[in-house]
Write a new protein. Structure first.
Length: 379
């Protein structure tokens, strides 16, 4: 929903001019623009948030056999990045106010083998125990990785999330706050860690031209299927013309914990050009999301549902608006279309979405059973 006509025009121009795909200056410009916008000293552009996480893991010098604390309510690609590096995830339960790590659960799982904590800011909310987890990590000399894939632009105490931990990663995958179809950033404010990130970045390959072309065609698919005023008429035509080029956000290999062949790429110039155009719109679309969230606040109040918590001194961005409802309302979502005129999201359908459930995490289990996601960008 953040793709517009100007993105389509740009994608078409890039498709027709592959000779421009090697212009490295476009990439460095994109990284500089994101760094400046996000108030991060260092930013490196990769082809996905999950690869950006792998760059963070490398920067922190985490080694095979080390352990990292993760929320037991996350996407499968997050633990995969650690498994691919030989690092063991230690899962902790979440809280149900912002769906972030519960600091008391984190403390209970710290052992001498734990080297880092990954905290996420889910659905665009700022994690309830953000400051407490940072303090806990400092007390135990643990590194903090911030997963900001849902929360690009959210703020805490006037600072954008991702700037208080040691390293952070962001996503510009097609369901996220901004959209390059696939893409992401790793960031840090620490020069030593930035140098390690750069080592990882310099060793990463660019995707091949076939993959780049598919990415650009997916800009067209996204726009004409989801955003164009005449999408109902154009959808079938666009699917027939470009549907064979469609890219999946999470592959069947990744769902099984297998490292895909294309994993580990950095961002090429044409995708960075789309990203630069998207950065210009980030603040506008985030303000629209916050306005829509006010509507869902009222809906929750009128229907006796608990609103997600906005912690003191925070500004969320509401990628989606999460609400705990009766389990049958998550299982059969047709009521939302009839009553509200919207399609519900169901992040997450399992604890390690979309792969599997893991046992022993009652609050994460409740979120899987009851949490729906209402859209915050609508035409």
């Amino acid at each position: 929903m953040t793709l517009d006509e100007d993105d389509v025009v740009l994608a078409k121009a890039l498709i027709s001019n592959p000779s421009s795909w090697d212009e490295k200056k476009i990439i460095s410009q994109y990284e500089m623009e994101f760094s400046r916008w996000n108030n991060s000293k260092f930013a490196f552009a990769f082809m996905s948030g999950r690869v950006s996480l792998s760059a963070c893991i490398y920067a922190l010098n985490l080694q095979p056999g080390d352990e990292v604390i993760l929320p037991a309510y996350t996407c499968v690609v997050v633990p995969n990045a650690f498994y691919f590096a030989g690092i063991k995830p230690v899962y902790c339960d979440i809280e149900l106010e912002t769906y972030g790590l519960d600091v008391n659960e984190v403390k209970a799982h710290i052992t001498p083998r734990v080297r880092a904590i990954l905290l996420h800011h889910l659905y665009g909310l700022v994690c309830r125990d953000y400051h407490a987890i940072l303090d806990l990590a400092k007390c135990y000399s643990l590194s903090v990785i911030e997963d900001c894939c849902h929360a690009t632009g959210a703020k805490y105490r006037g600072e954008k999330v991702g700037n208080l931990g040691d390293v952070a990663f962001y996503s510009s995958e097609q369901s996220k706050i901004f959209n390059t179809i696939q893409g992401g950033f790793s960031t840090t404010n620490n020069l030593e860690l930035a140098n390690k990130m750069k080592e990882y970045y310099n060793c990463a390959a660019y995707p091949d031209s076939v993959w780049i072309q598919k990415q650009l065609y997916n800009v067209l698919l996204n726009f004409y299927e989801c955003k164009h005023p005449k999408k109902w008429i154009l959808r079938d035509i666009i699917q027939l013309r470009y549907g064979h080029k469609r890219l999946l956000s999470t592959t069947a290999e990744e769902e099984k914990g297998i490292r895909p062949k294309h994993y580990g790429c950095k961002m090429p110039a044409p995708i960075a050009a789309i990203g630069s155009n998207q950065i210009k719109k980030l603040d506008y679309y985030n303000s629209r999301r916050r306005e829509t969230a006010k509507y869902w606040d009222i809906w929750c109040e009128n229907n006796n549902y608990t609103k997600p918590v906005v912690i003191d001194n925070s500004v969320p961005v509401y990628l989606r608006y999460p609400v705990l409802v009766e389990p049958f309302k998550k299982q059969n979502r047709s009521w939302a279309n009839k009553q509200l005129g919207v399609d519900l999201g169901i992040w997450f359908a399992s604890n390690i979405h979309p792969s599997k459930n893991i046992k022993g995490f009652p609050k994460a289990d409740k979120a899987v059973e009851c949490c729906i996601n209402l859209p915050c960008l609508m035409q």
